[in-house]
Ligand binder design. Structure first.
Ligand SMILES: [Zn+2]
Length: 206
């Protein structure tokens, strides 16, 4: 991927990467068998096609939302990646996540700018799903690096099992207000039941 060297803190890059991550997380959690996910799958396919422009040699594909088995395979791949980040960030030791094999070409783009371009190693017998998985691995690394995210900002919602990231440093347990409220309501009802049971037991004793 061609990447001009600019300050990582530059706002436009942060915004763009956030938008990408939002879309990828939405894709990861979506029910792809539901027709309402079709616009999301099309956006995801467009995004991949754009990313592939820089990797024509190793990725001579055109993605489309109609490639159902690839779409489903990629969603599964995202889920295993997010799951692994969350699992490995629970520990205080260095743990591997994944490896992307290739090389970085480093050039002077204009007299004022350097740029780096990552190129995948060529693989014999390329298979489309595998190639896309490697592209996704690279994309995720770039997004996380540019956003300067800590691993513990990735989570899986204990209520609905969706993957999500905390947009700020403030710790979040549930993916949404809806899930948080649902759990609080459930706890409140359980407490109420317990209390009622205790009260009725106490009145029985009298
Ligand atoms: Zn949730």
């Amino acid at each position: 991927m061609k990447k001009n060297w600019t300050s990582k803190k530059q706002k436009s890059i942060t915004h763009e990467k956030r938008d990408h991550l939002d879309m990828l997380v939405e894709f990861t959690n979506a029910d792809l068998t539901n027709g309402s996910s079709n616009p999301l799958m099309r956006r995801f396919a467009d995004f991949l096609n754009l990313m592939m422009v820089q990797h024509r040699k190793t990725h001579p594909y055109i993605m489309s939302a109609e490639k159902t088995s690839i779409m489903q395979g990629l969603q599964k791949h995202f889920r295993t990646r997010f799951y692994k980040i969350i699992q490995n960030s629970q520990h205080y030791v260095e743990l591997p996540l994944w490896t992307v094999e290739g090389s970085i070409n480093f050039k002077v783009d204009t007299p004022y700018r350097f740029y780096e371009r990552f190129q995948f190693h060529n693989v014999k017998e390329e298979n489309e799903l595998e190639a896309m998985e490697r592209l996704i691995d690279l994309i995720l690394i770039e997004i996380i690096r540019d956003l300067d995210f800590r691993p513990r900002r990735f989570h899986q919602c204990p209520k609905c099992k969706s993957y999500f990231y905390q947009p700020t440093e403030k710790e979040r347990i549930y993916c949404s207000i809806r899930c948080g409220d649902a759990v609080r309501l459930q706890k409140f009802r359980q407490e109420k039941k317990k209390l009622q049971k205790r009260l009725s037991e106490e009145s029985d004793k009298k």
